[in-house]
Write a protein that binds this ligand. Structure first.
Ligand SMILES: *[C@@H]1O[C@H](CO)[C@@H](O)[C@H](O)[C@H]1NC(C)=O
Ligand SMILES: [Cu+2]
Length: 380
């Protein structure tokens, strides 16, 4: 024990004293055992396909957490916003010209210049110091990771999952634009086009997110040493812990093969929001995470792998497609917002929080992606 402590202290000292850290030192980043990352709970594609099956997902057997209060009827419309386009009762703070929203462009149609600018802006957040107050964070990027880790009990396996992650991805977008000068269109990733061969996507090349290796012969992940994020040191996770470790991946293409257009459609054929949500969360969403593997397969700190955001842009796209089928799907929601028994029903006034990364908002403000608080659509 004493010996390993000394070794770690020495490595730390070298890393701090030399700004130009040689690769040989970076390689000493700890590769965390694959088992420690765990995985997202799943349903099978067959379960999703069976119309009779309603999938909500279990959540009652976890530890008890503090849930945000439901606040209703205390919102006042902001003054002086005469251009607000309110086709949704929930639209508030902000304007959106529905004929000219931002367009999220699928990766394959996303220009090389936009791709470069997008990756540079993520790197920029990683190179910026933390704003402070985010547990375990050592960079502005990790401020975002920390919020997901800390909020995990409130945002998974319940109705909050889709609206909260929509809000979360929009915060990532805001920080890139406001703090790193990104001014292009945002991308999304149509995973159904790459199902079964994620590793062949040019997302996973050194120019962009770096490689996507399979499990090693001894069943482990691999530290990503090359590409935009080569040698990245993560300080948050796995789980609720804080451990210095490398960004690792371990693709399982039999799992990514499940992220098919059929699976997405089977989930989206459900008319009840919460049935659809459970199916998407435990279905395509979970398989994308588990398929990429390692850091991405860990529920709390998976945003440590920046491909997380491409994945959640895909999940948000599926949600938007479901909403497009019926106007009422942007003005109503159902399901549990907590794990109490009986649970508290989610409402449009449910408060979404990011622990101060961005001001709180409500579910109602994010249900319509062109409602004013948000202003985007997808290219298809
Ligand atoms: C944001 O919402 C959370 C959860 O409801 C609450 O604890 C926090 O006080 C709110 N923050 C502000 C600034 O209102
Ligand atoms: Cu999440």
């Amino acid at each position: 024990m004493r010996f390993s402590f000394t070794t770690q202290a020495l490595v730390g000292a070298v890393a701090v004293s030399a700004l130009t850290v040689p690769r040989s030192v970076e390689k000493r980043l700890t590769l965390i055992d694959l088992k420690q990352f765990g995985s997202f709970p799943t349903i099978t594609p067959e379960q999703a396909h069976s119309q009779a099956e309603k999938i909500k997902g279990p959540f009652s057997d976890g530890p008890q957490f503090n849930f945000p209060k439901i606040i209703g009827g205390n919102k006042s419309p902001s003054a002086g916003e005469d251009k607000v386009v309110t086709t949704s009762a929930a639209a508030a703070d902000g304007t959106c010209d529905r004929n000219n929203p931002k367009v999220r462009v699928e990766w394959k149609n996303y220009s090389p210049d936009d791709r470069k600018a997008f990756l540079s802006a993520i790197k920029c957040l990683m190179d910026k110091p933390s704003a402070g107050g985010f547990q375990g964070s050592k960079s502005r990027y990790e401020d975002i990771v920390s919020v997901h880790q800390q909020m995990t009990p409130n945002i998974h396996q319940r109705a909050t999952f889709l609206p909260w992650h929509r809000y979360y991805v929009s915060i990532f977008e805001d920080l890139m634009r406001n703090e790193c000068g990104f001014n292009g269109a945002f991308p999304w990733w149509d995973e159904t086009k790459d199902a079964g061969h994620f590793a062949d996507s040019d997302l996973f090349t050194d120019e962009y997110f770096g490689p996507l290796p399979g499990k090693t012969s001894n069943g482990q992940g691999t530290c990503i040493d090359t590409g935009t994020f080569g040698g990245l040191r993560l300080h948050i996770g796995p789980g609720s812990g804080f451990q210095d470790h490398c960004l690792s991946r371990a693709v399982d293409e039999s799992l990514t093969g499940t992220v098919s257009a059929q699976f997405v459609q089977d989930c989206n054929s459900r008319t009840s929001y919460d049935d659809m949500r459970g199916c998407q969360e435990l279905g395509p969403h979970a398989y994308g995470h588990n398929g990429v593997g390692a850091v991405m397969a860990e529920v709390q700190a998976s945003p440590g792998d920046p491909i997380f955001f491409m994945h959640h842009l895909f999940v948000d796209h599926s949600f938007r497609i479901w909403q497009n089928a019926d106007a009422s799907r942007t003005t109503s929601i159902n399901g549990c917002s907590d794990a109490n028994s009986p649970c508290t029903q989610i409402t449009m006034d449910y408060v979404l929080s990011s622990n101060g990364l961005k001001a709180n908002t409500t579910v109602g403000n994010v249900m319509d992606t062109m409602g004013g608080y948000l202003c985007y659509r997808y290219d298809y």
